[in-house]
Design a protein around this ligand. Sequence first.
Ligand code: SAM
Length: 193
Amino acid sequence: NYRCRSAFKLLEIDDKYKILKPGCSVIDCGAAPGAWSQVAVQRVNSAGTNAEFPIGFVVGVDLLRIAPLDGAHFLSFCDVTDQTTHTQLQELLPKAQADVVLSDMAPNASGFRELDHERLVTMCLSMVDLAERVLKPDGSLICKYWDGGLAHQVQSRLAHAFRDVRIVKPKASRKESAELYFLARFFKKNKAV
Ligand code: SAM
């Protein structure tokens, strides 16, 4: 039982691209109510359910409270666009590194499509900053965005930092919504970091 139907979008993307493997460390941005984290916990084995596989790590973060979940750490009432949140996340991660950064973040809809788009792009860019700070070489990122004039800013940042960037629209995402996901794989770790 998932906390939210959004779980099916991540399941669909992951079934196809196999991003979440046992033993992986995962950050889930905009995690409330926690359905993506539930999927991540199952797939990376962070609750240690399967004794034959390596044990992963999941940390979720949200502006809202996230109810506890076995196998996950949560930072409730934290803003992903805030640098101090990046530091807190990094301190929690094993070896201060992640294999996967997920984001299903979305601002509260203002009703003005352009404004909402702009705000989500700002959040995505901040989450790319976080990914560049914590991802291991060849790490992956999945990031929700709403299509619009500024999406190319996120895409070009990703294209610079990853070897493979594609746009995916899971079937579980309503056709009429402008919601899309960037899937970026094979992070090129900057030697300077
Ligand atoms: N993936 C979640 C799940 O499966 O349960 C659903 C995520 S919901 C669509 C989007 C979430 O993004 C909301 O809970 C919202 O509070 C959060 N959010 C929006 N802006 C944020 C920010 N700046 N920092 C952290 N979380 C944020």
